[in-house]
Design a binder for this molecule. Structure first.
Ligand SMILES: [Zn+2]
Length: 134
């Protein structure tokens, strides 16, 4: 066996039985060494999952989804977005600030107008594909 058991790797998992008597975890601790070592190379740094989770969390909000969908056909100014979503500019800009922090949208100022557009993020392409399937 290549992999050493750590102090917190139990030989026997204590409670694998669900209330209806189903066993839903291993009843004996036995790591598949080759498989796990190979899989370990494939996994990302913990920090990357944290960043992804923050993005997914931001997407878990209907208003923000509507903003991103609204911008998917091209840039709009904050007035346009407010009209489109029937919301106040301040409520919209609050959400836009958060989306900007996560680099999901970018903005540019032109005279007195502020225009927002989607950033070039792969997750936004997935989101767009999904939302087009209405
Ligand atoms: Zn405007």
């Amino acid at each position: 066996m290549l992999l050493k058991e750590t102090d917190n790797s139990p030989k026997k998992v204590a409670n694998c039985k669900t209330t209806n008597g189903e066993v839903d975890c291993c009843e004996e601790y036995q790591v598949h060494d080759e498989l796990v070592l190979e899989r370990e190379k494939y996994m990302l740094q913990a920090k990357s999952y944290q960043e992804k989770a923050q993005i997914y969390k931001a997407l878990g909000d209907p208003t923000r989804l509507r903003i991103l969908h609204g911008l998917s056909q091209g840039e709009l100014c904050v007035c346009d977005l407010a009209y489109l979503l029937k919301m106040s500019q301040s409520a919209i800009s609050h959400q836009l600030r958060l989306l900007r922090t996560l680099k999901l949208v970018r903005y540019r100022k032109e005279g007195k107008m502020v225009y927002y557009a989607l950033e070039d993020q792969p997750i936004l392409k997935i989101l767009q594909d999904d939302l087009e399937l209405r």
